[in-house]
Ligand binder design. Structure first.
Ligand SMILES: C[S@@+](CC[C@H](N)C(=O)[O-])C[C@H]1O[C@@H](n2cnc3c(N)ncnc32)[C@H](O)[C@@H]1O
Length: 293
C-alpha cells in the first residue's frame, strides 16, 4: 500500500440521509417508469389533499395513480396512445384506500377516537382542503403530558400507594440518628432530623415535620449518610442549640431564675460546637447552620 486516504484529508462528510428506497421502479409496466414511492414523496412534500397535480408526461400514469391514492386531484397528458392506454387501464383497475374527510361528521367522530378527545360539534362542509383523518404516531411532549387526561386516572389509582409508601418510609426512619439533607422543594438546603418532631412552616405556607420526608423530598438515589465524627459533632451542636433554645425560653418568662450570663454561656457553647462541626466537614454550606435552625 503506497498511500492511505483518510476521511478528514479533504473537506468531505458522510451522507446520512440516503434515500435508498427510491431506486427505480420494481415490477414496472412501462419502459421509463418512476417508482411510486418517489412520486409519493414529492407529492406529499409539496401538496395538500385536494390540490391539483399535473404530469404532462404521463407514461404509465404513476403520477396520477399516486395522486389519486393520496387524495389529490390530477391531470395527466401524453402524446403516445400506448402510454394513455396503459395509464387508463392501470388507473381504472387500481384499488385505492378510503379516507374519512376531517370536515365531515364521521371524520369528527373518528378524529375524536384517534386523538382520544371529545368529538367536535362544529358544522361540517365536506371540504377536502381540511384533509383526512390520519392515524397518529404517538409523540410525547411536555404539552401532551400536561394535557393528558389519563394522568388523572393514573394519579387516582397510584397516589394512595405512593402516600402509603411515604407513611411507611417515615415510620421506618423515626429516630434514625443521621440527619438527611433535603435537596428539593421549599426546605432545600435544610436537614431532616429524624429524632426531632417539630412543626416547621414551608415557604408555601404549609406546615411539615422536621422528622418526615415530604413526597418530593424522598431521594431518588441512595446517598451517603453522615457518620463517625461528623455525626458526633453534629449531635453535639444540636444538643448545644437545644440547651440554648430552652434557656432563652426560660429567660423570656417573668421572674425567671435563669440569668443572662447562663444564656450567653450556652450561646458560646453552641457557637463553639457549630464551629467545630464546620471546621471538620468539607462543605460547611451543606450542613450545620441550616441543619440546626
Ligand atoms: C419518462 S416517460 C414519463 C414517465 C412518467 N411521468 C413517470 O413518472 O412514470 C415520458 C413520457 O412522455 C411522453 N412524451 C414525450 N414527449 C411528449 C410531449 N411533447 N407531450 C406529452 N408527452 C410527451 C412520452 O410518450 C412518454 O410516455
Amino acid at each position: 500500500m503506497r498511500y492511505c486516504y483518510f476521511l478528514n484529508d479533504y473537506p468531505l462528510r458522510k451522507i446520512f440521509s440516503v434515500w435508498d428506497d427510491t431506486i427505480g421502479s420494481r415490477d414496472s409496466i412501462y419502459v421509463v417508469q418512476t417508482a411510486p414511492n418517489v412520486v409519493a414523496r414529492c407529492i406529499l412534500m409539496t401538496s395538500d389533499p385536494g390540490d391539483l397535480v399535473l404530469d404532462p408526461t404521463c407514461g404509465s400514469g404513476t403520477t396520477a395513480y399516486v395522486a389519486e391514492q393520496w387524495g389529490r386531484r390530477w391531470i395527466t397528458i401524453d402524446t403516445s396512445r400506448v402510454a394513455i392506454a396503459l395509464a387508463r387501464s392501470r388507473l381504472m383497475g387500481a384499488r385505492y384506500p378510503y379516507y374519512l374527510l376531517a370536515d365531515s361528521p364521521e371524520g369528527q367522530q373518528k378524529e375524536a377516537e384517534v386523538t382520544r378527545s371529545v368529538p367536535k360539534s362544529t358544522p361540517t362542509f365536506g371540504s377536502i382542503r381540511q384533509g383526512f383523518v390520519y392515524d397518529r404516531v404517538p409523540r410525547i411532549s411536555l404539552k401532551s403530558i400536561a394535557n393528558n387526561a389519563e394522568i388523572d386516572v393514573i394519579w387516582d389509582r397510584m397516589q394512595p400507594d405512593v402516600e402509603q409508601a411515604l407513611r411507611d418510609l417515615n415510620a421506618e426512619m423515626e429516630g434514625f440518628p443521621c440527619p438527611h439533607p433535603v435537596t428539593s422543594g421549599g426546605r432545600a438546603g435544610k436537614l431532616l432530623d429524624f429524632q426531632r418532631q417539630e412543626e416547621v412552616r414551608l415557604p408555601s405556607g404549609e406546615t411539615a415535620l422536621t422528622s418526615e420526608f415530604l413526597e418530593w423530598e424522598v431521594p431518588r438515589e441512595q446517598g451517603t449518610p453522615m457518620t463517625g465524627k461528623t455525626l458526633a459533632l453534629w449531635q453535639d451542636a444540636r444538643k448545644a442549640l437545644r440547651e440554648l433554645e430552652l434557656l432563652e425560653r426560660e429567660l423570656a418568662k417573668p421572674r425567671s431564675p435563669v440569668g443572662e450570663e447562663k444564656v450567653n454561656a450556652a450561646s458560646r457553647s453552641f457557637e463553639y460546637a457549630l464551629e467545630s462541626l464546620n471546621d471538620f466537614i468539607e462543605d460547611p454550606s451543606s450542613a450545620a447552620a441550616s441543619a440546626l435552625v
